[in-house]
Design a protein around this ligand. Structure first.
Ligand code: UD1
Length: 345
């Protein structure tokens, strides 16, 4: 039996596309809205090749409330929303703060405004471990203090969490599950969808795979003088398919009234801290491909070490990251090779 319809904003993007696949595999109907500002409509073909189902797609901008209103008129059966539509480059946000505040906050406000009148029962919001800043202790639980954001991007995540809380506490007729992602990496095992950054990648894995395939000369490791065992920064790298599956569980909880509170917040990570140098080593071991790299100075704004305590998500959602880092690295490499095969990169 077909399940409810879910609106996935930003559904042609990296995490969005993997989540659409998992939603469809679980039987949900999906409509995607995306302005294609950082993605490509071909992603829909990839989703269809994996699942055998073509999700409905509306090209449009969620900051335009008229566009969203029309979407809710055209799809009166939308019962849940997963909001991925946001700008996400930390560095760019330092130079273009208005763009970040406008895109990320107006999109959220428009969605929250339209949910009640359109009978939508819940919204899953993509937040980030960036809200914890440099944590006092690792692993980080959901109870860790929120630190002052160091970028407009990070600030939009904090403000968004506050907006959702205020709106729901004011009596809005819907629920929210806020998911704080650690570092999503890898690609679908089919290599039909994956991460496709515009221009020179800012994040570690796309830069690493582009270096491995020869597009970039060498990977710069930003600092080896941190207070960590090998001196490089530590993160919690979470497989994007594992991450996507948590969204399906979150949607199910909201639509079947299993949520314990009107707002629930979960860390989504593996619980393992991995250094940049360890990650490079794991990639090389897993794929047999060398990654030329050199140590350079620290990158401004980087956190020294942060990894998740995912116990709350493990217990309450019954969700656990199960992919090994080696398999995740192989999936990222298979995707990079697929891009080469297709002549994209
Ligand atoms: C950042 C944001 C996070 C956001 C994510 C995706 C913060 C604290 N974190 O994560 O909220 O969701 O980007 O946009 O704002 N590195 C290198 N060489 C490179 C690239 C990265 O050594 O060429 C290192 C970095 O120093 C870092 C690690 O790799 O230690 C991961 O970096 P990156 O992939 O950019 O993600 P974060 O900065 O952790």
């Amino acid at each position: 039996m077909k399940k409810e319809r879910i609106l996935v904003t930003g559904g042609t993007g990296y995490i969005g596309s993997h989540t659409v696949v998992e939603l469809q595999e679980a039987g949900y109907s999906v409509v995607i809205i995306d302005n294609l500002s950082n993605s490509n409509a071909d992603v829909i073909d990839g989703i269809e090749r994996i699942t055998g189902v073509r999700p409905d797609f509306v090209e449009g901008d969620c900051t335009d409330i008229a566009v969203l209103s029309k979407l809710f008129t055209d799809y009166p059966d939308i019962k849940g929303i997963i909001n991925f539509a946001a700008s996400k480059a930390v560095g760019e946000s330092m130079h273009k703060p208005i763009l970040y505040y406008r895109n990320n906050l107006n999109t959220l406000l428009n969605l929250l405004d339209l949910m009640g009148p359109n009978g939508v029962k819940g919204i899953v919001f993509s937040s980030s471990c960036t809200v914890y800043g440099e944590p006092d202790e690792n692993p980080v639980t959901e109870a860790a203090p929120i630190k002052k954001a160091t970028s407009p991007y990070g600030n939009t995540k904090q403000i968004s969490e506050e907006i959702i809380t205020d709106v729901i506490n004011a009596g809005a007729p819907f629920k929210s599950v806020i998911l704080r992602y650690f570092n999503p990496v890898g690609a679908h095992p089919s290599a039909e969808i994956g991460e496709l950054p515009n221009g020179v990648p800012q994040n570690l894995i796309p830069y690493l795979t582009q270096t491995a395939i020869g597009i970039r000369k060498e990977l710069s490791v930003f600092g080896d003088d941190y207070n960590t065992p090998d001196g490089s920064c530590i993160r919690d790298y979470i497989n994007v398919v594992d991450l996507a599956k948590a969204h399906v569980i979150a949607v199910e909880r909201m639509l079947t009234d299993k949520t314990e509170d009107k707002i629930e917040i979960f860390n989504l990570g593996t619980g393992n801290g991995v250094s940049v140098l360890e990650l490079i080593h794991t990639f090389e071991e897993a794929t047999g491909v060398k990654v030329p790299h050199k140590i350079v100075g620290r990158r401004a704004g980087d956190i020294e070490k942060v990894w998740a305590d995912p116990a709350y998500a493990n217990e309450v959602l019954g969700w656990k990251a199960t992919s090994s880092l080696a398999d995740t690295m192989r999936s990222a490499w298979a995707w990079q090779q697929k891009l080469r095969e297709r002549g994209i990169m």
